[in-house]
Design a protein around this ligand. Structure first.
Ligand SMILES: [Zn+2]
Length: 112
């Protein structure tokens, strides 16, 4: 595959554009990934010090990810540990004498 097919019709500019045509966007999506990385690095270097690490973008993304995923992980882990101990996964009630459902909350007991 030739890279000449993937040349941009316009020179790379650091100025924000709001006049993208469908063809230009389609051409961008068709670019090989390393070419996209190269172009984004070019624009970044025009606007920021390349030796400066900007942690402000990385930290909020991690925090946001933890805030979204965290409660699901905690809930899944708690339910898993309750099931492992023979307790109701929903309320934590002891299920050793129960057969089909939890006497406390009525949740079904999965087959052991
Ligand atoms: Zn229960």
């Amino acid at each position: 595959m030739s890279l000449s097919h993937h040349t941009s019709p316009r020179p790379i500019s650091s100025l924000p554009r709001h006049d993208w045509t469908h063809e230009e966007v389609r051409d961008l999506f068709a670019l090989p990934f390393p070419e996209l990385i190269f172009r984004s690095a070019q624009v970044h270097r025009e606007n920021f010090d390349p030796t400066e690490v900007r942690l402000i973008f990385a930290a909020p993304a991690f925090v946001l990810f933890a805030l979204i995923i965290g409660p699901f992980v905690i809930r899944f882990r708690r339910r898993y540990l309750r099931r492992k101990k023979g307790l109701c996964s929903a309320c934590g009630c002891d299920l050793r004498v129960s057969k089909d459902k939890c006497p406390e909350c009525g949740a079904g007991i999965p087959a052991r």
